[in-house]
Design a protein around this ligand. Structure first.
Ligand code: PNS
Length: 156
């Protein structure tokens, strides 16, 4: 059984994340969405909200689990007995950011392989940070996030 961890802040989850989640669930026997608890960051959405939203969005995909994690990703991967870390690549900037992370993770744990999926082109401009900034200045984020996220963010 091949198990993958897709880690992230998911603050908030975007349409790009959802595309990767669905494709990842099709590639592995089990896909664990690892939601990072980062005490240094002040997230827009609480951990509970992010977990609730991801759980609701993936309710009908039976091989997905949603879990919070703290500390090193490689330790979470080890605890979950996962084979692979899954990450998406939108641009060459993502690649420049992701490659050393993947290499550091592999250096720390030779069993922690990272696999990258190319983001679908229609989502490659979307980022959680961009969504937050557009929201902050009153722009429209309707096409960037799932409807449940859109409705939740409008209530903030
Ligand atoms: O969605 P994000 O914020 O781009 O996800 C980043 C994430 C969670 C993959 C990364 O920050 C991470 O793995 N954090 C856990 C701490 C860790 O293992 N750091 C060492 C990486 S070399």
């Amino acid at each position: 059984m091949k198990v993958a961890v897709y880690p992230g802040s998911f603050d908030p989850v975007t349409n790009g994340h959802m595309d990767l989640i669905k494709r990842g669930a099709g590639l592995f026997d089990k896909l664990i969405l690892g939601v990072l608890i980062n005490p240094q960051k002040h997230p827009l959405l609480s951990m509970e909200e992010r977990i609730d939203i991801l759980s609701e969005l993936t309710r009908e995909i039976s091989n997905i689990e949603v879990k919070a994690f703290q500390g090193l990703l490689v330790d979470f991967v080890e605890r979950e007995k996962a084979d692979v870390i899954l990450r998406g690549l939108r641009t060459s900037e993502d690649f420049a950011y992701e490659l050393p992370l993947a290499q550091a993770n592999y250096k720390m744990n030779r069993k922690a392989d990272t696999l990258f999926l190319a983001t679908a082109p229609e989502y490659s401009y979307i980022s959680s940070g961009g969504v937050k900034e557009i929201l902050h200045f009153g722009g429209d984020i309707k096409d960037m996030v799932p409807e449940v996220v859109y409705k939740r963010l409008l209530r903030l």
